[in-house]
Design a binder for this molecule. Structure first.
Ligand code: PMT
Length: 409
């Protein structure tokens, strides 16, 4: 679980606006902290900021292209400045120089960062950094007061010895203090701090270049869980088989085709998660070998040799340490009994059993939650639905959270 005090930063979109000042170097650590807490960070630098730290450094740290020109055709083709203004949950200007505060207070729009501030409705936090005399100057005091009255959050500055040799107020707050202040601006979602990994959709196992074995999973159940978990503040990784659905907002997706690819994608990131939810309808078998050319029609019958795929959820459940393991079971008959058997056999903490034919591809689901009680071999259950997959997904996540908290005690 991510550290508690920064937990509200999970899934948040933070636009870090950097202006010219020696404190710009602290933005490297600040960006690292925000990203570690689960935020998506996009950096916009004024020309002066680029004199102190390179856009390349900030790009490498944020994992996103750095924006620094208002009239940049390439950048506009990616995320244009109006789109960028609409994107963040918070704009943090750090360091905020005296010159930038003055231009902002005057409502100027002469460069990309000031333009974004005028065009954005996102809350704004300012981390001033300047020489103590500049900070105490009546012009700066007035600008800060103007910005405060407009609703900007003023973070710091700190007081102490300065890079220029002076002592007094004007030092930018430390990265950890800024990250903490940003975290306090967001109220926690009910799943804030929880890192959830979800598999969804079918897998496809190639017979030849044009044919495959698969099933009717549409991905709707797994995607509904991913969307609801992210909306509740969880950090969500979605390992998806081939489906025709858009990746939900604030969800990190990894796209795979086969069961073997799904297994290696899961193994690559399972350790960074608290909960694993296996919703995917993974093909139990794959052709022994995929023929490299299209198989020609000839005899009346043909035989296909299949080999068992690894069981992804059972493999992950057998590891130590392991996340909380939540499975699904799609059955055509004896739904609850077969589900309970899978819960035990695969070593899971919780399982949702549903009828296969009515659930595949549908917008609705009726599922029975199954988990072990404290008595020997006792299985507890709870029916969810029938209702829309989003509503049932919220009920499922609520039970997952309850079981997760119970296991932590
Ligand atoms: O995608 P939709 O159209 O919305 O449909 C939703 C659903 C019916 C696919 C979903 O609700 C569901 O029931 N998913 C599990 C389907 C399934 O194939 O269950 P299973 O009984 O074969 O597998 C049991 C569990 O083991 C599942 O958590 C499955 O992800 C996992 N498994 C299975 C085989 C395998 N090789 N590796 C696995 O990890």
């Amino acid at each position: 679980m991510a550290s508690n005090n920064l937990a509200t930063l999970a899934n948040k979109r933070i636009l870090l606006g950097m202006t010219g000042g020696i404190a710009a170097y602290k933005c490297a650590e600040l960006t690292r902290l925000l990203i570690k807490a689960g935020s998506d960070v996009r950096v916009v630098m004024t020309k002066a900021a680029t004199e102190f730290i390179t856009p390349l450094t900030m790009q490498a740290l944020s994992g996103n292209r750095v924006h620094h020109e208002l009239l940049d055709a390439d950048a506009e083709a990616g995320m244009g400045h109006i789109e960028l203004a609409r994107w963040p949950d918070l704009i943090l200007i750090a360091p905020a120089s005296a010159d930038f505060l003055a231009r902002m207070a005057a409502g100027q729009a002469g460069d990309l960062l000031t333009t974004l501030l005028l065009a954005s409705k996102a809350p704004v936090a300012l981390a001033p950094a300047m020489n103590q005399a500049m900070w105490l100057n009546p012009a700066t005091r007035e600008n800060i007061e103007t910005l405060r009255l407009r609703g900007c959050h003023i973070l710091g500055p700190d007081s102490g010895s300065q890079a220029c040799g002076d002592t007094g107020p004007g030092r930018m707050l430390e990265p950890v203090e800024l990250a903490d202040a940003c975290a306090r601006m967001f109220s926690p979602g009910w799943l804030s701090g929880l890192r959830i990994m979800i598999t969804a959709g079918p897998t496809r196992e190639a017979i030849d270049p044009v044919r495959f074995i698969s099933n009717h999973s549409s991905g709707k159940m797994g995607y509904a869980l991913a969307a609801e978990a992210a909306a509740a503040g969880a950090q969500v990784t979605l390992i998806s088989g081939p489906v025709a659905l858009a990746v939900p907002d604030r969800v990190q997706a990894v796209h795979v085709t086969t069961a073997l690819e799904m297994l290696s994608a899961c193994l690559a990131c399972v350790d960074a998660h608290d909960v694993f939810i296996g919703v995917a309808a993974v093909a139990d078998y794959r052709p022994v070998e995929a023929v490299s050319h299209k198989i020609k029609k000839a005899a009346e019958t043909m035989e296909l040799s299949l080999v068992r795929n690894p069981d992804i959820i059972a493999t992950l459940a057998g590891r130590t340490p392991r996340p909380m393991m939540v499975g699904f079971a799609a059955e055509t008959d004896n739904v609850t009994a077969y589900g309970a058997d899978k819960l035990r056999r695969k070593g899971l903490d919780l399982l949702f059993a549903n009828e296969a034919t009515s659930t595949f591809g549908s917008d609705y689901v009726c599922a029975t939650a199954l988990w072990r009680g404290t008595e020997h071999d006792q299985i507890l259950s709870n029916v969810m639905g029938p209702a829309g997959k989003s509503l049932v997904a919220r009920q499922m996540l609520s039970l997952i959270q309850t079981r997760w908290l119970a296991a932590k005690q």
